[in-house]
Structure formats: structure tokens, C-alpha cells
Design a protein around this ligand. Structure first.
Ligand SMILES: Cc1cc2nc3c(=O)[nH]c(=O)nc-3n(C[C@H](O)[C@H](O)[C@H](O)COP(=O)(O)OP(=O)(O)OC[C@H]3O[C@@H](n4cnc5c(N)ncnc54)[C@H](O)[C@@H]3O)c2cc1C
Length: 458
């Protein structure tokens, strides 16, 4: 009887199939820190048709596969598990079309996010998705994880940008849903099954995304605030006064802010005094003069109202970069903190302040010498928690404590990074039994043999 590898070799391109020592270590793991594992085979199809044939054969032979985009995922979903074939989208790469009138882009799933951003900018358009992994992550991976990032407050998560897509199902069936229209209520909107399902329901191969006009000016301020209540009130006030131009609202607790300044010795604290909260606010406008005036007037009004204790408006691009460097200092912290429980969770905005104080207190009671650092995209309910004791053995227990507390507060165990492997055991903290049952019904209907990204998400 012919083996699966023989059958695959007969149908795929000579640059598609890799075995044994020809599989580079790059494909053994994603960024999550999940244990690396060599896939039994690596497939890098070039076309949808080739991928469809690969999946039809894997389906026939009950061969489990793991889908790999840019491998920057933080939930372990793209890390191979024993006996899986890895399917990398990296050769299905490139932009098919940019429509400057409808402001849409159609691209292959393996296109790096930064390529999309740069191509949009060349047409004076703006790709409204940005994250630190932009150079490596792929748009297919962004769609599969429903990635967030820094401008969600204005443009929504990846789901809000996707007009259409093409996907290959576990049995090789190609679903062509490359819709380009904003309005299309013709039956079920199937694209949503693939967005955020982390490759468990289908492999995204092409996408159509809505772009936006490029803003002409960007204004940034770093504000100091006295308490969490002022943060939420300020958010509502700035939404009213700045409208949709409010593109960033990034909160840092003093524990995070001070730690970054301590570790990154080239950064200076721009404030003379200490404050409990620091907030990075960003506003974009099409007119640089009136935009600057509007931004400063909105902040000044809240200084007078007492919501803001102190505010520094960036006068130059370099000033703005320095402010963002403090917010993005987490990368440097990871290099020095040792084992860190790094959680990305969501909570109703009014509860985040109470949750944060409660979490800090509970963890400090339970673990000796624990450090707790808090920051997040508060405008989109998103809190990042970094907790560290320096002891690897505490990490799993701290992760668990945080997940269970999220259940108690009716939050989401993952805001952006997804469930993957690492949070699979805690899905019931954020989803009801009936929701999980429906997820399983969908999985069974679309992948009855369970060969696509098995043991992930549900
Ligand atoms: C420095 C850094 C900063 C980050 N910042 C953010 C952030 O701000 N916001 C955020 O949301 N995330 C962030 N992430 C996480 C990560 O970049 C995102 O989850 C990203 O969307 C993953 O894309 P990828 O192409 O690397 O996917 P991968 O890591 O390759 O895969 C992620 C998951 O999607 C599946 N998958 C990948 N491609 C496809 C496809 N074409 N079809 C179906 N399934 C697929 C995989 O099987 C896996 O389950 C960050 C990561 C790093 C390393």
C-alpha cells in the first residue's frame, strides 16, 4: 500500500515537502515557550489548490496537522505536537490587489503584516492593525488569532477589518468567501468561523481587508492620574471631545512604569513626582494645526477638571517615541525578570482597577518576593499582568491563580493572544457550558476526524 508521504510526493511541488533533517528548527515551536517538537513532515504549499490536495490526503489517512503562520503566537497553538505534520503558509505570500477607491487590499495569508502596512502606505492608505511582531507575523495568523494591538480602540480587532477570506477545510474543501463588500447579508457570514478560531476549523489562505485613509498628523501625550476612577472617566471624556481620532489609551500602573525606568537606564522619568497611574494618549487627525489645538484643549480641560494631575504633550516625533518606549518596555523586562507569568486578560472596564488591586494583594500574600507589573490597552478592556518570583516552579501555579480569578470576575482568560494549548484547560472560566458544547459541535461538523490543530482551543 502506498504511504501518505508517497502520495503527497506525487502531488506536491518539489519545494513543498520536507522530511527529517531537512526540517529546520524554526518550525519546532512558536514564541509561546511551549515545548518545541519536530513535526513528522513539513509542508509549504504555494497555492490553494496544492494545499487542498494536501489536506484531502491527510484527511484520507487521518493524519493530524498543525497550521503555522509567522510563529509569533503566544498561546502555543502553532507549536507541533507528537506525530503532526506542520503546514506552513510562508510560500503563499504576496499582495494580489489594492483597490484605492474602495480602500481594500486582497492578499495571500502568508503575507507578513508589515508588508501590508508598507504597501498600504505607498498608496496613502493605512492598514489599521499593528503589533510588535509586525515583521514576522502573517496576516493569516492575525486573522486566525483575531489579533488586537495598539489601535483597537479606534478600528476594532482584526475581525472588524476582514471583508472576506478563502479557507481550506480539514478534508480539502475550498471555501471561497472573498467578499469585498461592506454590506452582504446573504445568509450566514462564514468568514467569522475562521476568524479567531486559531486554525481549528480551517486554514485561511487569502483575505480581503478594509483599509483606511492615512491620517496626516499624530499627537501623543503622557499623563499622570491620581486613581483608577479618573482613568475611566477620562476615557469617556476624551471619547466625547476627540471622537474617533482617539487611537491610543494605554495605561501603566506605577509598578510597571517604575520597573521599566529602572531597567532601561537610558530612559528618563519625564515627571518630577511619582503618581499611581501613567497614561499614554494618542490622537490622529487629518489637519496637523487644528488637530494639535484640539488635542491640547481636550487634555487641558481634564487637567482643570482634576482627572489628570500632570500632562506632557510630545512636541516632536522623538518625544512621542520616548513615551512609547516606556509603554513598550516589556520586551526589555522579559530579558531580566527570569520566569514570568505573562497574562493577557480582559475585564469589564469599571472592574479593572478593583481586580488589579485584589490580584496584587492575593499574589503577594501567597508568594514570597513576588513582583506584579500591570499595564494594558484599557480602552479595549485589556489588562496585561506580569508576575514573577524568579522561581520557574511558581509560574504554573501563578498562571492558574490568575485564570481562576478571571473566572471569579467574569472576565476573559485571553484578550488577544488566544487559547491555543496554554489556556485550553481554563476555557470554562470564560465560556459557558452551552458555548463550549456549540464550539465542539462546530468542530465535529467541520473537522469530523479531528486532524486540524487537534488538542488546541477546545
Ligand atoms: C513581540 C510580540 C508582540 C505581540 N503583540 C501582540 C499584540 O499586540 N496583539 C496580539 O493580538 N498579539 C500579539 N502577539 C501575538 C502574535 O503576534 C499574534 O497572535 C499573531 O496574530 C500571530 O500570527 P502568526 O502569523 O505569527 O501566527 P502563528 O504563531 O504561526 O499561529 C498562531 C495560531 O494561528 C494558527 N494559524 C496561523 N496561520 C494560520 C492560517 N493561515 N490559517 C489558520 N490558522 C492559522 C496557528 O495554528 C496557531 O494556532 C505578539 C507576539 C510577539 C512575539
Amino acid at each position: 500500500m502506498q504511504t501518505l508521504i508517497d502520495r503527497l510526493t506525487a502531488v506536491v511541488d518539489k519545494n513543498t515537502l520536507f522530511l527529517a533533517d531537512d526540517i529546520s528548527e524554526k518550525y519546532f515551536a512558536d514564541w509561546s515557550g511551549a515545548d518545541p517538537c519536530k513535526p513528522s513532515a513539513l509542508l509549504k504549499p504555494k497555492t490553494t489548490d496544492e494545499l487542498s490536495q494536501i489536506m484531502a490526503l491527510c484527511h484520507e489517512y487521518d493524519q493530524p496537522v498543525v497550521v503555522q503562520g509567522g510563529l509569533t503566537g503566544l498561546a502555543g497553538g502553532a507549536t507541533p505536537q507528537a506525530s503532526e505534520f506542520a503546514i506552513s503558509l510562508e510560500r503563499m505570500n504576496g499582495i494580489e490587489d489594492i483597490d484605492t477607491t474602495a480602500m481594500t487590499v486582497s492578499a495571500w495569508a502568508g503575507t507578513p503584516l508589515q508588508v501590508l502596512q508598507d504597501s498600504a502606505a505607498e498608496h496613502s492608505l493605512f492598514m489599521p492593525l499593528d503589533l510588535g511582531a509586525r515583521g514576522s507575523c502573517q496576516i493569516g495568523g492575525n486573522v486566525a488569532t483575531n489579533a488586537g494591538g495598539t489601535e483597537v480602540i479606534r478600528y476594532g480587532m482584526t475581525r472588524a477589518l476582514v471583508l472576506g477570506l478563502e479557507a481550506v477545510l480539514a478534508d480539502g474543501t475550498v471555501i471561497n468567501a472573498m467578499n469585498k463588500m461592506v454590506k452582504n447579508n446573504s445568509g450566514y457570514d462564514l468568514k467569522h468561523l475562521f476568524i479567531g478560531s486559531e486554525g481549528t476549523l480551517g486554514i485561511v489562505t487569502r483575505v480581503v481587508l478594509q483599509l483606511q485613509p492615512k491620517a496626516n498628523s499624530s499627537h501623543t501625550a503622557l499623563c499622570a492620574l491620581p486613581d483608577y476612577k479618573s482613568v475611566t472617566t477620562l476615557l469617556a471624556e476624551l471619547k466625547r471631545s476627540l471622537g474617533p481620532g482617539l487611537t491610543g489609551f494605554e495605561l501603566m500602573w506605577d509598578n510597571y512604569y517604575n520597573k521599566v525606568l529602572q531597567v532601561e537606564s537610558d530612559l528618563q522619568n519625564p515627571f518630577a513626582e511619582d503618581h499611581p497611574f501613567y497614561l499614554l494618549v494618542e490622537y490622529k487627525d487629518n489637519d496637523s494645526v487644528s488637530g494639535a489645538e484640539r488635542f491640547e484643549a481636550a487634555l487641558f480641560a481634564q487637567l482643570e477638571a482634576g482627572l489628570i494631575t500632570d500632562a506632557l504633550v510630545a512636541k516632536t516625533h522623538q518625544d512621542a517615541e520616548k513615551f512609547w518606549q516606556i509603554r513598550d518596555g516589556i520586551g526589555e523586562l522579559f530579558k531580566v525578570l527570569g520566569p514570568v507569568s505573562n497574562q493577557d486578560v480582559s475585564l469589564p472596564i469599571a472592574d479593572i482597577g478593583i481586580f488589579a488591586a485584589d490580584l496584587d494583594q492575593r499574589l503577594k500574600q501567597k508568594y514570597a518576593n513576588i513582583g506584579v507589573l500591570l499595564f494594558g490597552h484599557i480602552g479595549d478592556n485589556n489588562l496585561h499582568v506580569c508576575a514573577y518570583t524568579g522561581r520557574e516552579e511558581d509560574k504554573v501555579a501563578i498562571n492558574r491563580d490568575i485564570m481562576l480569578m478571571i473566572g471569579e470576575y467574569s472576565g476573559a482568560i485571553t484578550a488577544e493572544h488566544g487559547v491555543g494549548v496554554l489556556k485550553r484547560g481554563f476555557l470554562d472560566q470564560s465560556r459557558s457550558d452551552s458555548e463550549i458544547a456549540l464550539m465542539k459541535t462546530l468542530k465535529q461538523a467541520m473537522d469530523p476526524k479531528g486532524i486540524l490543530n487537534p488538542n488546541r482551543v477546545i
